[in-house]
Design a protein around this ligand. Structure first.
Ligand code: ZN
Length: 446
């Protein structure tokens, strides 16, 4: 009888020193945020892009039957982890801000550059002028870098268009990336990223246009899952953020928010009041904010590369958040202004060495909790039967993740396909017809 129900497997990852499954009820918070569920010498097997088994090698024979033509991935005594989930990026943009970087390195602040007409506004100019194909090609290269660093799913925002046609153009690019690149992309509408130059004297009218025109059109396009606001001093106030996010929610775009990054904006309170899925950055949140977020069940998505590259001189209080019971997730914040690292291992290293998280907490934050921050915990984030077979193999131990600059992530498997092998993209990373076959626009299969 047992013989008859053994599933076939078309891919098997074997010969691992250990497998960190990160299994458990998502999100993992408080003391549970350290539970990576390490299994020595375990095997992971999949069929049609989904995991059929993740467990001890001794149980593998009884649990599945490898097809004759199954792809055998030799972990060579390395460590197998779930693919990383990057819960916050601005990966679609044109132009570069190298000049601004020089000014910031010479001492000017991000806010001063923005007030003088640089910063986001400069990227808006270039992104409006770029064609959809140009934006796609630029962003695809950035997703390649993220994939090589182990990211198999990410979030991506609009927000460099700041008018309806340009915002929709960015969201169409995100949809093309989702189907045309191995990395699955969760799309966010961020029309409230900045007040565009043409509305600097008429900011109320820009907010009206977001609420009355952009959100209904974006919702009708079906191109966004989330609505986000940059709630920060000099950008959008908590009241404006609340109005925009409430409108988005009425149209089916679920709220997330940039909160308390450059100063105590009070964005965390908006997140808690609205029950946002995630409040992001939180560099200036305090103990009261941490307790408020915990009570509301909001995930804290921390992006420590941002305060590093913006030279804020401080980082989000990860320990306060974890101790208060907030589930902490991580992202890279890839963007042209201060998001210079595409690598989740770099964000994890900063989580450990600048935010006092343990390596296990950082791994959970980069996998199952980040999946939860995107409401994809049912299909990704851990190595458990039924989820997508998204995994990476470290050529060594988990601690090797902090050896920034050394080659660490040797293999990446996306939906059961080997897309990075021996530290390089494979042909299957370039031709993603296999992904389109798996569902419309690379959508997560229910
Ligand atoms: Zn951001």
């Amino acid at each position: 009888m047992a013989e008859a129900v053994r599933p076939d497997a078309d891919v098997v990852i074997e010969n691992a020193r250990q497998v960190l499954t990160c299994a458990g009820p998502a999100p993992l918070r408080g003391a549970s945020q350290r539970l990576v569920s390490a299994l020595a010498g375990a095997v992971v097997a999949g069929r049609n892009g989904r995991i059929v088994f993740a467990g001890p090698a001794g149980e593998a024979d009884r649990a599945f039957r490898a097809r004759g033509d199954a792809r055998i991935v030799d972990a060579r005594q390395g460590t197998v982890l779930p693919g990383f989930v990057d819960a916050h990026t601005h990966v679609v943009f044109a132009g570069d801000r190298a000049g601004e970087l020089s000014r910031r390195l010479a001492g000017e602040t991000y806010e001063a550059i923005g007030a003088a007409g640089g910063g986001i506004v400069e990227t808006v100019r270039a992104t409006r002028a770029a064609s959809e194909d140009e934006l796609f090609t630029l962003a695809r290269g950035r997703l390649d870098d993220m994939l090589l660093a182990g990211t198999t799913t990410c979030e991506a925002k609009s927000g460099y268009g700041l008018d309806l046609p340009s915002e929709l153009k960015m969201l169409r690019v995100i949809a093309r990336l989702n189907s045309g690149h191995p990395v699955d992309v969760s799309p966010t509408f961020l029309g409230a990223h900045e007040i565009p130059l043409e509305h600097r004297e008429t900011r109320a009218r820009y907010i009206e246009s977001i609420v009355d025109d952009m959100i209904p059109a974006v919702a009708a396009s079906g191109l966004a899952e989330w609505c986000d606001v940059f709630c920060e001093r000099g950008v959008f106030t908590p009241d404006e953020a609340r109005a925009i996010l409430e409108t988005g929610r009425r149209y089916g775009l679920r709220p997330r928010i940039h909160a308390d990054e450059l100063g105590p904006s009070g964005g965390w309170r908006v997140a808690a009041e609205l029950g946002a899925r995630s409040a992001d950055h939180l560099v200036f949140v305090d103990g009261r904010g941490a307790r408020g977020l915990a009570a509301a069940g909001v995930v804290a998505t921390l992006l420590p590369s941002a305060p590093l590259f913006l030279k804020l001189g401080r980082f989000a209080p990860a320990r306060t958040l974890i101790d208060a019971g907030v589930a902490v997730a991580l992202g890279t914040d890839v963007n042209p202004g201060g998001g210079h690292s595409p690598a989740m291992p770099f964000a994890m290293t900063l989580a450990c060495f600048a935010m006092q998280m343990t390596l296990e907490e950082a791994i959970v934050a980069a996998t199952v909790n980040a999946a939860y921050a995107l409401d994809r915990q049912a299909s990704i984030g851990s190595l458990e039967p039924g989820k997508l077979l998204d995994a990476l193999i470290i050529a060594g131990q988990p601690a090797d993740l902090v050896r920034i600059g050394a080659r660490t992530i040797r293999t990446v498997v996306k939906r059961g396909r080997v897309v990075v092998e021996d530290f390089q993209l494979t042909p299957e990373a370039r031709d993603t017809a296999w992904k389109r076959d798996a569902g419309p626009a690379g959508a997560v299969i229910a």
